[in-house]
Write a protein that binds this ligand. Sequence first.
Ligand SMILES: C[S@@+](CC[C@H](N)C(=O)[O-])C[C@H]1O[C@@H](n2cnc3c(N)ncnc32)[C@H](O)[C@@H]1O
Length: 332
Amino acid sequence: MGRGPTKKYYQVMNQNYVEGTLTCLKPEIVKSKITNEFPLVLNIEPTNACNAKCYYCTHDKVVKNQGTNFLKIDDFKKIIDQVASHKLIMLNLHKDGEPLLHKNLPEMVEYAKKKDAAQVIHFNTNGILINSNVGRAVIAAGIDDITISIDAAREETYYQFKKQKGLDKLEENIKRAIDYRDKISSKTMIRVKIMEFDDIKHDEIELFHKKWNGVADEVQVTGVHSWSGAVDVKVTDEETKTRYPCVLLWYMLAVNSNGDVSVCNVDWDYSGVVGNIYRQSINEIWNSKLLKNIRRAQLKEDWCNPSVCKQCVVWVSVGNLWEFLKEKREFI
Ligand SMILES: C[S@@+](CC[C@H](N)C(=O)[O-])C[C@H]1O[C@@H](n2cnc3c(N)ncnc32)[C@H](O)[C@@H]1O
């Protein structure tokens, strides 16, 4: 999960989201739409496998703890069948891994579209496979929105961050995928993203803009977080602010590729698992004692339950709805 843009790179997204993020909903949307029947945003992770080695990511730790998992297409469909009557604001098909490594991703998108599961169906990808058969099939299947985490404008920066070569090839593949999208008249929105790392040079971001403005549908520059202290990076905009409850706990869930359901997609260490799709429905998990206890703890300023919340900074991005949330008794 990204943090949204910093003040320097403020940009307008659309009516539902906090600027620059596709997970953080605007306070007024939360206030008018949250319900204890179902989350508004759901992440479903097709796989936690990844083909990149980004130094700022927890992926290696995830696989060390959980092994490598692929969600079965039938299990994906069972989740979507539960979602369909609620219509999410956003269905994200990613968490810790690389979604394009799942060969059934096009079928997942097709099914979710057919069931009208969300206003926007989206995933983040490192883009390495965006022009592969799976990448093209996902575009043909009608995915609404793809964000490609390129994170560099120069080969040496790409190597520094991702520990692998191939920026040229990646850029070429993204352009080919955009051409393919246009050729088949698909409406898929293709965004590219770079992060405001402390050690990135300002001219790298300018160069990134130059390369992608007018080529991709949007150029995003987002902030960096530390996965709650798990990776050694300087967090963007880390001014100490008075902490308030994380609104994500009132509107989202994240289904991991092994079936465990986490409070949100920052939960890389699974300390925030509140249920499992093989034993419970999404509605049951959403109303579970476990999740209600976590929400209540936050309202009482206990930021350590679950432990992944302790050093997290993503709560900043949505805003302070403390007074409003206190009154929503059905969630606690
Ligand atoms: C963990 S990745 C998984 C999806 C996909 N493999 C990708 O690379 O986009 C999900 C998102 O988290 C972002 N991300 C990873 N580490 C981050 C960090 N330390 N701070 C902010 N965002 C981060 C990535 O850029 C990506 O957009």
